[in-house]
Design a protein around this ligand. Structure first.
Ligand SMILES: [Zn+2]
Length: 362
């Protein structure tokens, strides 16, 4: 197979003939024989060409025709790599004490609690990174940096109060619904509409603390196991390559939709308030927020706030219960931080003049 070789030291590239035999790639360049093991090969996709590099040779690199490479070795290798990642994963789960057979025979719903608690945090973190990557396409991060910093700092305070191996990373995103949701691995997304809906710092901090409690109690992972089943969970963790990417897109669509059981919601309400109190913060914002959701009735807004409530009586009940548990305390955000958070997602108004000047809103 023809390729061109650059030694990484000079700008010059020389044509070389690649020979792939078993696990080795060999070629001669500048009168020197090179032997690269396929296992350590790093492959960068440049479209029609691939750039191959190897830790043994520093910045040196080969450029080959992608189709020719795949025809001879690529397909076989990709398949093998995918399999070995899955094997590692399954071994990891088994070591963690998961009985895969239990999922098949008992069914995921019954097993999802123990499964979630037994899922190694590193696996959940990896799954979270895949989810986040996909979600960032649909839920754009708001660009008010002062507001984002205030939210992130509050996330760290919750993390300090919580007992969790995950970084609680709170972020404001743009979405056509009032919602807050936690992803596997500790990311918490708060939508622009929900920020608009919150009347006080106490209300917003209560919603975020509720989501942080879902993360701490592994409810997110539990919902993933329950909703998606083993096959999709494996794909979500393995991510990219061999069709798993498409699965991940489907998952991204449904992750904002993951349902928690009523008992998990109640636990997250209670624990969320505790996390606030442990940090010396007010836990009084949860009740008024639920009351407002309940008061919205069956309107379109109510339907949109799905994670926070599953039915109106439930919202009212949760409002009463959280009011009974509430304690006064400091506000989670200073007035300046609150102003910044409220402005974090605001887009400039599209006046007629602006639209005529810039029809695509670029
Ligand atoms: Zn919840």
């Amino acid at each position: 197979m023809q390729a061109s070789f650059n030694d990484g030291l000079t700008a010059r590239s020389a044509p070389v003939e690649l020979i792939v035999e078993g696990e080795r790639l060999t070629f001669d360049a500048d009168g020197q024989a090179h032997v690269w093991s396929l296992a350590d090969l790093q492959i960068e996709d440049l479209g029609e060409r691939l750039r191959l590099s190897h830790p043994k040779i520093g910045d040196g690199r080969l450029t080959v025709d992608a189709a020719a490479w795949r025809a001879s070795v690529g397909g076989v290798r990709a398949e093998r790599r995918h399999r070995s990642r899955e094997t590692r994963l399954v071994v990891g789960l088994a070591v963690a004490g998961l009985a895969i057979a239990a999922v098949v025979f008992i069914g995921v719903p019954a097993a999802s609690g123990p499964l979630a608690r037994a899922t190694p945090p590193d696996i959940e973190k990896r799954m979270g990174r895949n989810f986040e990557g996909q979600l960032s396409l649909g839920f754009r991060r708001c660009n008010g940096e002062a507001g984002q910093t205030a939210l992130a700092t509050f996330g760290h305070r919750l993390q300090d109060a919580a007992d969790t191996p995950f970084d609680i990373r709170v972020r404001a995103v743009q979405a056509p619904m009032a919602n807050a949701f936690a992803l596997p691995g500790g990311a918490v997304m708060v939508t622009d509409d929900l920020i608009d809906m919150a009347k006080t710092p106490d209300e917003l901090s209560a919603v975020i603390a509720h989501e942080a409690a879902h993360v701490e109690r592994r409810h997110v992972m539990q919902a993933v196991w329950r909703s998606l089943g083993l096959g999709l969970v494996l794909d979500a963790v393995v991510g990219g390559g061999s069709g798993a990417g498409q699965q991940a897109v489907l998952l991204a669509g449904s992750v904002a939709d993951l349902r928690f059981s009523r008992s998990a919601e109640r636990e997250a309400d209670i624990r969320g308030q505790q996390l606030l109190e442990k940090g010396g913060l007010s836990s009084q914002g949860m009740a008024p927020f639920f009351q407002r959701i309940a008061a919205k009735g069956d309107g379109p807004n109510a339907a949109a706030v799905k994670e926070l409530m599953s039915s109106h009586p439930d919202s009212l009940r949760r409002a009463h219960e959280s009011a009974a548990r509430a304690h006064p305390g400091a506000a989670a955000f200073t007035p300046a931080e609150w102003t910044a958070i409220k402005a974090a997602c605001h887009k400039p108004k599209r006046t007629l003049e602006r639209i005529l000047k810039d029809p695509l809103g670029a």
